[in-house]
Design a protein around this ligand. Sequence first.
Ligand code: SF4
Length: 151
Amino acid sequence: MKAFGPVPSRRLGNSLGINNIFPKVCTYSCVYCQIGKTITLQCDRQAFYDPDGLAREVKEKVHKVKKSNITIDYLSFVPDGEPTLDINLGKIIELIRPLNIKIAVITNGSLINHKDVREDLKKADLVSLKLDAATRKTWLRTDRPHKSLDQ
Ligand code: SF4
């Protein structure tokens, strides 16, 4: 499902999830990942789902939820992988902006050094970056990153 929930979140209130990545494509393969083992470990951005189709699904889901009188506090990119791998992330944010609901992106931050990723993230209202380790050794052991990130 590309649009799911809403689910209650401590930080985001009632959060409607958006899944913009094929399962499970990530820059990391964290030992604790709830989704399971990373199937495709990659750092290159690519197109996943058609942005217009995905935005349409989100809009339909929002209308359905609103009909049930349930409030949505955030539309949150929390996919089965790393959301910034999607080259269309910024475009999708623009397409769902007219819904007038705050937009969050939950990212592992591994691609934040790329200007195009930062430009996309600037379009969101909230960006949550995770930091799992303070040392390289712990980071490698915990997040098991793509080898190009360890340079
Ligand atoms: S970054 Fe997130 S999705 Fe990727 S492996 Fe780690 S916990 Fe799973």
